[in-house]
Design a protein around this ligand. Structure first.
Ligand code: GDP
Ligand code: IMO
Ligand code: MG
Length: 420
């Protein structure tokens, strides 16, 4: 049996899509288990360059079954657009679990409106993809699930019941309201396009687990924006942790054999909230310029900083990483000095323990400096090809995460990877 969970170890955009694409080349099943089209998972392979939002990053292996799982929230309009850019032969095995919730047009409008009511300091900086409002309806048990598209009579009754309250919310924000007919037409379109792919995925997943097949679980975002363990309220509305993966992939925790945390060799964050290791100087600008650190979904500039080892230690503990994949080592190639935030100073006290949001807001970073290697690593394919200083830096990252390093990525292409 080989179930591998891929987890974002930081604030998202760590390179999960790139690692999933690599691991999926010989996988039997790939499950995007939570989140929605707030994701931007970049994959670069023989088919081209793709920024995937809701389609699982295993889609480029036509032999694998790609599943959008129970914990995901689905905008079928986004999915339709996305599939147009992927050769049809590749996505014949795409399935959506009938329990996954639908992102409705009103969720997107409400997401934007709620953000606009927040003060500058309080802004979450959501992707405005309707994620929070959709998960809110799920928790309130008023959401619409994908499987309901297959039963138009019951769907009509459900929409008639929930829409008056939704329209009141929209009215409160001065937004466009919806008619039952309008939403039913949209749902019919979604059913016509995707109906045959909406299934109960448990039999597929269970059979693969029982047969010991290779299953890759693809997380969305990273632990620092986890609803429970992240920088609340500047979080998303689902759980990108390994515990969350087990909960919504339909695979019991003890059947998940590997938990790989994906971390950049430095840090980025997009959106609001504390970010202790953030740089406001030339080094921060250089990281953004060399790393082309702009959001794959929104195009927003990402906030850049040195690696935050306090957050990585927390991430590793909570997720139980069996190993980590270090990505974007090559972005550091030209730096003479590289720093790592090893501890925080909070109200005069030094700590290596990650506090909750308000503590992080007061924390100042304490850095350790490493010597840079100042040469090109993008062509390195074996550990021994890496310069000594780069090896030392990667080893140190493994020590901060208390686990082995299984992959070092030195470029966005599928083969730009060192396997340890
Ligand atoms: P995800 O959301 O975790 O899948 O990550 P994103 O796709 O949002 O952001 C990661 C970015 O880094 C993408 O543009 C990838 O193509 C790129 N990338 C991934 N690994 C590497 C690497 O090792 N080096 C470089 N230079 N780019 C990488
Ligand atoms: P991937 O999967 C980086 C951030 C947003 C915002 C907060 C909540 O590509 O790593 P949401 O739209 O989820 O309600 O926004 O989370 N955020 C991301 N940041 N990568 C992502 O996805 C993100 N998805 C959401 O900027 O601060
Ligand atoms: Mg991303």
């Amino acid at each position: 049996m080989s179930v591998i969970s891929i987890i974002g170890a930081q604030w998202g955009d760590e390179g999960k899509g790139r690692i999933v694409d690599y691991l999926a080349t010989d996988a039997d099943v790939v499950i995007r288990y939570q989140g929605g089209d707030n994701a931007g998972h970049t994959v670069v392979n023989d088919y081209g360059k793709f920024a995937l939002h809701i389609v699982p990053s295993g889609i480029f292996n036509p032999k694998a079954i790609s599943i959008v799982g129970v914990g995901a929230v689905v905008n079928f309009d986004t999915m339709e657009q996305e599939l147009k850019g992927i050769p049809a032969a590749l996505h014949k095995n795409l399935r959506i679990d009938s329990r996954a919730h639908l992102i409705m047009p009103y969720h997107c409008l409400l997401d934007g409106a709620e953000e606009s009511k927040r003060s500058e300091h309080d802004k979450i900086g959501t992707t405005k993809r309707g994620i929070g409002p959709c998960y809110s309806d799920k928790a309130a048990r008023t959401g619409i699930r994908a499987g309901e598209l297959l039963n138009p009579e019951a769907l009509k009754a459900h929409i008639e019941k929930i829409l008056p309250k939704k329209n009141r919310e929209l009215e409160y924000y001065g937004l466009k309201q919806f008619s039952v007919d309008e939403l039913l037409q949209l749902c019919k379109k979604w059913k016509d396009t995707f109906g045959s792919r909406i299934v109960d995925t448990i039999p597929i997943v269970r059979q693969a687990v029982d047969a010991g097949r290779k299953i890759v679980l693809e997380g969305q975002l990273g632990i620092m924006r986890d609803l429970d363990w992240g920088i609340y309220p500047y979080t998303t509305s689902s759980n990108p942790t390994s515990g969350g993966a087990a909960n919504v992939s339909g695979i019991a925790p003890n059947n998940i054999r590997e938990i790989i945390g994906v971390t950049k060799a430095y840090s980025t964050s997009v959106g609001g909230g504390p970010f202790v290791a953030e740089l406001f100087d030339e080094d921060g600008k250089k990281l953004r310029d060399i790393g082309a650190e702009y959001g794959a979904t929104t195009g927003r500039p990402r906030r850049c900083g040195w690696l935050d080892a306090v957050a990585l230690d927390y991430s590793s503990y909570l997720n139980g990483f069996t190993s980590i994949a270090v990505t974007r080592l090559d972005v550091l190639d030209s730096f003479e000095k590289i720093k790592v935030c090893e501890a925080y100073e909070i109200d005069g006290e030094i700590t290596r323990y990650l506090p909750d949001t308000d503590g992080q807001e007061r924390a100042k970073p304490i850095f350790r400096t490493f010597k840079g290697w100042q040469c090109d690593t993008t062509k390195c394919r074996r550990w021994d090809d890496l310069p000594r200083e780069a090896q030392e830096y990667v080893r140190a990252i493994g020590e901060y995460a208390h686990c082995k390093v299984s992959y070092v990525s030195v470029g966005p292409e599928r083969d730009q990877i060192i396997i340890l």
